[in-house]
Design a protein around this ligand. Sequence first.
Ligand SMILES: [Zn+2]
Length: 311
Amino acid sequence: MGRPRMKSKKDHRQSFRLTRSGFNLRPNGRVFLTKVGEVSVRWSRALPSTPSSVTVIREPDGHYYLSFVVEVAPTPLPAVGQEAGVDMGITRLATVATSNGGRTEVPNQKHLARKLRKLARLERVKTRREKGSSNRDKVRREIAVVHNKVARTRRDYQHKQALALVRENQVIHVECLNVAGLVRNHRLARAISDAGWRQFTQIITEKADQFGRSVHKVSRWLASSKTCSDCQYQLEELPLHVRRWTCPACDAVHDRDHNAARVILAAGRAERLTASHASGQVRRREPGGAPVRPPTRRQGVDEAGSIPPAA
Ligand SMILES: [Zn+2]
């Protein structure tokens, strides 16, 4: 494979983008890239349709990756009555409460913690190396490689989890998070960026668009963790380490995150009902009593990736 000239960025990740005329998918599974030639590719997943562009990325470990942008036509699933409230968490990626009383826990990925410890160790090694030395450069490259791997693994995992959520629920209620505000709190920063709430919400939204479901962001500020989902009593305070609590008003025992998910679900449903009444819209009603919007016609964009070409 020839050496394309890359625009160099500070982060040492180099890339260039080719539009439709700049590349060609060969029937033998190889990809022709203009000015580069035909390259063999190890596909991470099959492309759902013809991609509109491809980005060639050279990772710091010297591997090349291809990232395709694929237009995905909406493929609405049959409507269901169930709705879900999603509480994005730290100990778990998310806790889901459904309108039929169900509860699902979406755990954080298992192997991520180990990789992050490795990253922390490498960062410490890097600071001990002299600036500008080749040893330091080597560690920097190693860090970049682990980072990329973590990001890819996390995205794939979130795609799977989002798909399950979207399949089972007609409307998914999430809290409108002020992630920027939360990240300023240093102790939480790591955990929050790791869980990747923002990315998860975005992936859920993309999938909802594709499968004719809705994502509703609860606009009202909720004290979702501190409010009893049974009687709406609001606690003054609920320290982060408290995972279970008993409502002093109604004696209900709550799992912190599941309770929050239920509060989000109830607030989201109420908001949507108010909105539909206020606008006088006539909405189709499903057996479960859920207001349902007709599937959107908008085209979603999915990104499918490859693993490094075995060049
Ligand atoms: Zn209560």
